[in-house]
Design a binder for this molecule. Sequence first.
Ligand code: SF4
Length: 376
Amino acid sequence: MKESKVKAKSILRKRKKIDSWFISRYGMNLYRGCTHNCVYCDGRSEGYYVKGKFGKRVEVKVNAIELLKKEISKDKNFNNHFKQGFIMLGGGVGDSYQPVEKKYEITRKALELFNKHNCPIHILTKSTLVKRDLDLLKEINDKSKVIVSMSFSSLDDEASSIFEPGVPPPSERLELLSSFKKEDLNCGMFLLPVIPFVTDKPVFIENSIRKASELNLDFVIFGGMTLKDGKQKKYFMKVLKKYYPKVLVNYDNIYKGDKWGNATSEYYDSINNTFSLVSRKYGVDKRIPSKLFKDFLSENDLAIVILEHIDYLLKLKGKTSPYGFAAYSISKLDKPLSSIKYNLRNIKGVGKVTEQIIWEILDNGTCKYYERLLKG
Ligand code: SF4
């Protein structure tokens, strides 16, 4: 493994619109590249411009904390009451707790900084190194809130050893989530991506959800795999051919060169349907529930997130939904929803039912229809 020290030009990424998967506007990559080297990682694809051989080399942003301090001091939201959702550590093109973090502790220093600003934190990782920071995470959780999410392609240790060679096996990741739950931290499972014809079988999906339910995890977020033509697909297919040659032929039927690497909608519908049935059986929340975020969002962002969650949950059941479009229209508003409470129907995509839902969200921070869908 090669590491190189680089000076980044900026760290904090701010999204124009709240991300309703992670409940965040702010995110960052403290490292570039990832030696966890997951075979399906889309960080390998050309669009991310990660230098060198992906999985074998990582860039360490040695000026990250200094830059973060500057960026935070210029952003008034960090010094006022924080209403921008969670600061997201993870995802993107490098796990914040990959092995090099042991040496540089940049993620820990970032947590210390965000703790001073009382920011809620959401961590998504595949590494159990996160337990090193338990003391700090508990402190942040007491003051604001912390979510620790772990991602899995399944709970199968053998498949994981092939497709996620640089991370602890799923059994150890589960143990960590279990121990964090005992410490009263909020924890979730990202069952994402399930690997077509390898870990997408109903029995694999059910095992994961049953375990999440047994551990009382706060949510399970599910998703299929994308496979972009180019380096990502080439590498993935090479490994698949070696270990699962019989399923190779099936890939041509579902990955047909979509620009974003998406599989066919029929394939995604079939795995989503399995997830929908199994998650209902075990009563797990299929999105981050509102009790974990309603205190950290502006009223418009709260409405956007809940409407987008409803949109997802209806589509998961194979239904059509107007709520995604309504959420998009709200994201374009430049005034708080409460200031136009009796003119909501002037917003594109907001009809009578959506108006009622928004009123309920403004009054209670959530709505009953949403809460029912989340578990149903
Ligand atoms: S842990 Fe995440 S970022 Fe790292 S290689 Fe795996 S999928 Fe990619």
